[in-house]
Structures are given as C-alpha cells and as structure tokens.
Design a protein around this ligand. Structure first.
Ligand code: ATP
Length: 310
C-alpha cells in the first residue's frame, strides 16, 4: 500500500544538560577536544514543517525569542538546506518552531531545532535518508546536534559529537534557573583560554584527550542523584562565572534551598540544580521563584528527536 503524501509533519527534540564537561587543551585549529556526559531533558522543542515553494521559518514559544534569527542563519533553515543539498530535493518548506529551551542558555535549544527539522523534513519530503547519514548531517550543523538526535544519556568526545551511549537507570529531577541574558559559547571558551594562560603550565594540568570520570558513569548507571550530585563537573563553570558573577548567587541560593548540587549548564548562563526527588524539586522551584528567578523543572533522561504526529 502506498502512503498518501504528508501535508505536514511535527517532530520534537530535547534540550540537554551536561552533567560532566571537561575541556582539553587548545588545538592548532582553535578548537578544543571535550569529554561530555550528556543527559536529554524533558524540556523540548517542537518543529512543524509543511510544503511551500521556498524555505521560511517562524518562531513562537515560552522563552525569550528576541535573539532567534528569522533569516538563513537560523539553524533550522541551515538544516533544511543541508538535507536538500544532500538529497537533491528542490522544493521548499514552511518551518514553524515552538521553543521551550532557553535561547543561548547552554541547553542546546538550537541544536534540538536542527535535529527536529532534519527528521521532520526527511519525512515530509520523502527523502528517507538512512540514520547514519542523518547523523552525519547533524554533525555538520553543530557539535550538540547529534546528541539532540539520539537523546537519552551519552558520552561525547572529540568536539562532543563522537557519541557513545552510556548505561543509565532511573529518572533525575532538575530545576533550571533561567537567566535574563545569554552567554556566547565562543566567548566562554575564550575566557577559559585566557584563564588557563594566566596560570603557569604545570600548575594546571590540561589533558589533550579528556575523558569522562568513571564515577560519573557509575552514578548514571546507578540512577542515584546523591552519587551524581557529588561528581557533577563543568570546566566552563569558572569562565561563565567570571563573565557573569551574579550566577554565583543563583548557585548559592539553590544549594541553600535543598538542591543536592548546582552546575552551570554547558557554557551557561542557565543554572541546573539536581534535586533528590520530585518533591524536593517542587520545593526548590517554589523557593527560587519566590526569589524572583525564572525557574522550570525538567526530568531526564528522555528519548531523542522523534516524529510526534502528522
Ligand atoms: P549550546 O548549549 O548548544 O552551546 P545554546 O543553548 O547556548 O547552545 P542556542 O539557543 O542553541 O544556544 O543558540 C545559540 C545561537 O544560535 C544564538 O545566538 C542564536 O542567535 C543562534 N540561533 C540560530 N538558530 C537558532 C534557533 N533555531 N534557536 C535558537 N538560536 C538560534
């Protein structure tokens, strides 16, 4: 039986928190190798695509949207162009993004948009690209895009895009404090490089090929929030705090109000607090909201990009 052509397709993809992020030394090409333990969160982006003569993008959602571009620099348009070029598809599409992941928040919202767009357009256009080729396109769009595709819990090495799944059990409860401002990922890395060059080599040991610590993998495998709280780590945290000192108060406030631990998510400025369980997460959300912070709750891990319906 042949399937009737679809007129529209919807797909979802998750935001993420890096429960562990180690940054290797600066390479000759200006990049760093990293070792990341990713966890996909229930805070997700939704993308709806429908047929059109040319490519266009519209954005709505529950987060501050002013920093999202609506031209060809939007990562969803870049994803569409890449898929069209790879498959020889010559038509366009109307892309509608519903954003729930904070923009420039260090939670991979743009990456989730790119993954959801690739998946939705592949179904709409009937291009049926094999999964490994789809992951190859994802990698070209950005280091975090392959993880938005696969979801769950994974270890990323290289630029963060060489993924291997990690064993995980249980559900972790997170409370996310969203900042009013964004932090640019390249600026945070540049601050880290300045910090490292201020310290004499030998005092600060930096790996060329960083790895994720074994106790992080063990905590994820055990599904134990207390164990994980002990080993949360982000090499970018000091740089993000240097650029945005007010985040230190947010971290303190969360830890005073029952969080097991807090961490800057990726390059920030979102602060992610790990709670012992759902009730503690709710209490923490109330306390942080009372302090006038914008707060959302999320759980992880969740699955990666998927089609939700036509
Ligand atoms: P990551 O955690 O992957 O480093 P992030 O969560 O800090 O990224 P994003 O919100 O994914 O940051 O986007 C970063 C930049 O990308 C913004 O400056 C924005 O202008 C640009 N951008 C392009 N397309 C999008 C999109 N669809 N949504 C959000 N930002 C986009």
């Amino acid at each position: 039986m042949t399937r009737a052509p679809r007129t529209s397709v919807r797909a979802k993809a998750p935001g993420k928190v890096n429960v562990f992020l180690r940054v290797g030394s600066l390479m000759d090409d200006g990049y760093h190798d990293v070792a990341i333990a990713y966890q996909a969160l229930s805070l997700s982006e939704e993308v709806r695509v429908s047929h059109a003569d040319r490519l266009s993008v519209e954005v709505s959602g529950t987060v501050e949207l002013s920093r999202v571009p609506l031209d060809g620099t939007n990562i969803a348009i870049q994803a569409a162009r890449l898929l069209a070029a790879r498959t020889g598809y010559t038509g366009g599409a109307r892309i509608e993004i519903e954003k729930h992941v904070p923009v420039t928040g260090g939670m991979g919202g743009g990456s989730a948009d790119a993954a959801a767009t690739l998946l939705a357009l592949d179904a709409l256009w009937g291009t049926e690209l094999p999964r490994d080729e789809m992951l190859e396109l994802a990698r070209k769009l950005g280091a975090d895009v392959p993880f938005a595709f696969t979801g769950g819990t994974a270890i990323g090495t290289g630029r963060g895009d060489e993924l291997s799944p990690a064993l995980a059990s249980g559900t972790f409860h997170w409370v996310l404090a969203l900042a009013e401002f964004g932090l640019s990922t390249p600026e945070v890395y540049a601050e880290l490089d300045r910090h490292r060059s201020r310290h004499a080599p030998g005092v600060l040991h930096v790996d060329d090929a960083p790895t994720v610590d074994a106790d992080v993998l063990q905590a994820l495998r055990a599904g134990d929030p207390r164990m994980l709280a002990e080993v949360l780590h982000n090499d970018l945290q000091a740089a993000a705090l240097h650029l945005s000192p007010s985040l230190a108060q947010t971290l303190e406030l969360g830890e005073e109000n029952g969080a097991l631990a807090g961490i800057i998510s990726g390059s920030g400025p979102t602060v992610a607090f790990l709670a012992a369980d759902r009730d503690s997460a709710l209490e923490l959300q109330v306390a942080l909201s009372a302090a006038q912070l914008r707060v959302v709750r999320a759980t992880g891990p969740v699955h990666g990009a998927r089609i939700v319906s036509d």
